[in-house]
Design a protein around this ligand. Structure first.
Ligand code: PEP
Length: 271
């Protein structure tokens, strides 16, 4: 069961939703912030999110700032994520970063398959699959990104694209792997464009993803899976998105670079 519509009113506060899914807000900093800037933002976030309990929070600074961020985050409930990783542990792979290194830096999560990786760096469903496997095998949790381009949406193939990305990215996975995985639905046309999907547009894809996971794995896994929305999330649109039955959080780009806007997104329940 995906949800009970009779409980819709209770969702307004979304402490823990229908299926006990803890809301999860993650900030993808992309190629922004030096080490010094990272430390400054982490300090601000630690202050503004000190009392946050019923929302899981993670930030993904660039590789170069992960270690420093982890040191600064000690004792805080904010989790740390890498923006990518390579599937091999070590070796002649110039310019790559292994899951072992990511773990050593203090990360709990890795973002895999972001559309900017797919678009600019040749990421495919197959390489996404290999990266997810490597991350999970090394004890990292994964934020697995999927989403269609504007052209694909206009051609009416958005569900097919998301379906293909899920089948490819999660190929040969068992139920156990899914317990440490979050899916982020990020329509490419909404990323960094200021054009957010409406809560209804996002919800219909989230519901589709959950049904797909139910079919591929099990009802239990589908009910427990957290699905984030990503694409121009701001303090002004987060509440409407989080009120949807199948939206369990957000992957935030631009608005995560500022402590005030990111904290207001995380504090969506207080609006
Ligand atoms: C992202 O990078 O994952 C993202 C959703 O970016 P933005 O919030 O800036 O659209």
């Amino acid at each position: 069961m995906v949800g009970r519509s009779g409980d819709r009113e209770n969702l307004k506060t979304k402490e823990v939703d229908f299926m006990g899914r803890l809301p999860f807000i993650a900030g993808n900093w992309k190629m922004n912030k030096t080490v010094e800037e990272t430390l400054a933002l982490v300090r601000e976030l630690k202050g503004s999110l000190k009392e946050i309990k019923e929302v899981e929070v993670a930030i993904a600074p660039p590789f170069t700032a992960l270690h420093a961020a982890a040191q600064e985050l000690k004792g805080s409930s904010i989790h740390l994520a890498s923006q990518n990783l390579f599937w091999e542990e070590k070796g002649a792979f110039t310019g790559e970063i292994s899951p072992v290194m990511i773990k050593e830096c203090g990360c709990q999560y890795a973002i895999i398959g972001h559309s900017e990786r797919r678009q600019h760096f040749g990421e495919t469903d197959e390489t996404v699959n290999r990266r997810i496997k490597a991350a999970l095998n090394h004890g990292l949790k994964v934020i697995f990104c999927v989403g269609e381009t504007l052209q694909e949406r206009e051609q009416g193939v958005n569900f097919l694209v998301v379906e293909r990305q899920i089948e490819g990215g999660l190929k040969d996975f068992g139920e156990l792997a899914l317990q440490n995985l979050v899916i982020a639905y990020e329509p490419v046309w909404a990323i960094g464009t200021g054009k957010t999907a409406t809560p209804q547009q996002a919800e219909e894809v989230h519901l589709f993803i959950r049904q797909k996971i139910r079919f591929l794995f099990s009802p239990k896994i589908a009910d427990e899976l957290r699905i984030q929305y990503g694409g121009s999330v701001t303090p002004d649109n987060i509440k409407g998105l989080m009120e949807q039955e199948n939206i369990d959080g957000a992957l935030v780009g631009g608005a995560s670079l500022n402590a005030d806007s990111f904290s207001r997104i995380v504090r969506f329940k207080e609006m």
